[in-house]
Design a protein around this ligand. Structure first.
Ligand code: F6R
Length: 364
């Protein structure tokens, strides 16, 4: 049921504060602000390496999680799209955790990679939205997202719920590895619990984003730039736009622009820059200025502080609440989802059933 919404995708974007809160509730012990994972019969403190495998949007959630696992727990992470992983003879060391991320739990390439890792003796962790799925059944460590059924073909609420679970897992692993003490864990949990309200605040900018859709809709190509954990968000923004509006879009690590893609820039190519204020902000902004100097039209997504600093001269700006860097990837998912959604509406494409795409890809 779509209720008062025009599309399932729109409804699912707006459900995010609720479903992220639901998901967090099942991973956080409120009495002591600690992360609580399902009981498992192996010792997470012995995990030496994590191998993340997924496809599409779920893969981008994994890319964000790599930052968290490495920063918090100092556990090295390998990450690959499932269709590549299977054909590159990956080296899987003993004591490794292989982590599969999937909304449906049925994606054929991801499932085949899971079975391969199982045969190789890896511990199998699964972050999945459908608890009765094949991947859920084959997991040693089952970490469900509680996003509820996702109907729109373009994944939205499953992504932010995956991020919530992965952040909790990273904190838990860090504690088990002795890299995080109780006070630090409580601080991480406190920031995670701020996510639902921050997602709500981000959704408040829906009208502003709708009113700038006509600036992007005529474009043939759009670039998305981000740095650090916002780089996967740039990839996700580009994927959402191509899927539902059929505009060619690419995400780049902002520092890579000068190594080639900047040649594409002219006044017909909008460049969406994801740059929350913080330690990476100045670097991203300097990459953005290089684009602007070549006539690029910038849409800057940042918080008030960032917009005050660098918003001048942009084609448009999108204001986000100022949030802790940990939850920025969840919050910045909202404007890229809404932008793709409104551009697709402006173009009149079929938002919930984009051409050539299926919700669950069960062929390899
Ligand atoms: C993008 C999208 C796809 C899926 C991918 C993986 O909006 O929906 O890229 O993310 O097909 O699907 P799951 O997560 O079900 O394994």
């Amino acid at each position: 049921e779509k209720g008062n919404y025009r599309h399932f995708m729109q409804k699912e974007i707006f459900e995010q504060p609720t479903v992220v809160a639901q998901t967090l509730a099942s991973y956080i012990h409120r009495a002591d602000n600690a992360v609580a994972l399902p009981q498992v019969d192996f010792d997470l403190s012995t995990v030496k390496r994590i191998t993340i495998v997924a496809c599409g949007t779920s893969y981008y959630a994994g890319m964000v999680a790599k930052y968290w696992f490495e920063t918090f727990a100092r556990v090295p992470v390998d990450i690959d799209v499932a269709s590549e992983f299977r054909y590159r003879e990956p080296v899987l060391e003993e004591g490794g955790l292989a982590l599969f991320i999937s909304q449906s739990g049925e994606t054929a390439d991801t499932l085949a990679a899971l079975r391969h890792c199982k045969e190789e003796g890896q511990t199998i962790g699964v972050v999945v939205n459908v608890p009765t799925s094949s991947m859920a059944r084959e997991a040693d460590l089952l970490l469900p997202t509680h996003a509820g059924p996702e109907i729109g073909v373009a994944s939205t609420k499953a992504f932010t719920c995956q991020l919530a679970v992965l952040a909790a897992l990273a904190a838990h692993l860090a504690v088990r590895k002795g890299r995080m003490d109780r006070a630090e864990e409580q601080e991480v949990v406190r920031h995670l619990l701020e996510a639902p309200a921050a997602l709500n605040a981000a959704l408040d900018f829906d009208d502003d984003i709708a009113s700038m859709a006509h600036l992007i809709a005529p474009a043939r190509d759009v670039l998305y730039l981000g740095r650090g954990p916002d780089y996967p968000l740039a990839l996700e923004g580009a994927l959402k736009l191509k899927e539902i509006s059929y505009i060619h879009a690419e995400g780049y690590a902002s520092g890579e622009m000068k190594h080639g893609p900047i040649a594409l820039i002219d006044e017909s190519v909008p460049v969406i820059v994801l740059a929350p204020s913080g330690p990476l902000f100045e670097k991203t902004v300097s990459n953005m200025q290089e684009v602007r100097a070549r006539g690029g039209k910038i849409v800057l997504i940042s918080d008030e502080e960032g917009l005050a600093d660098a918003g001048e001269g942009c084609l448009a700006t999108i204001a986000m609440p100022k949030v802790h860097p940990l939850i920025a990837p969840l919050v910045y998912a909202v404007p890229v989802q809404l932008l793709a959604y409104h551009v697709a509406c402006a173009k009149g494409t079929d938002v919930d059933q984009p051409r050539n795409l299926a919700k669950s890809v069960t062929v390899e």
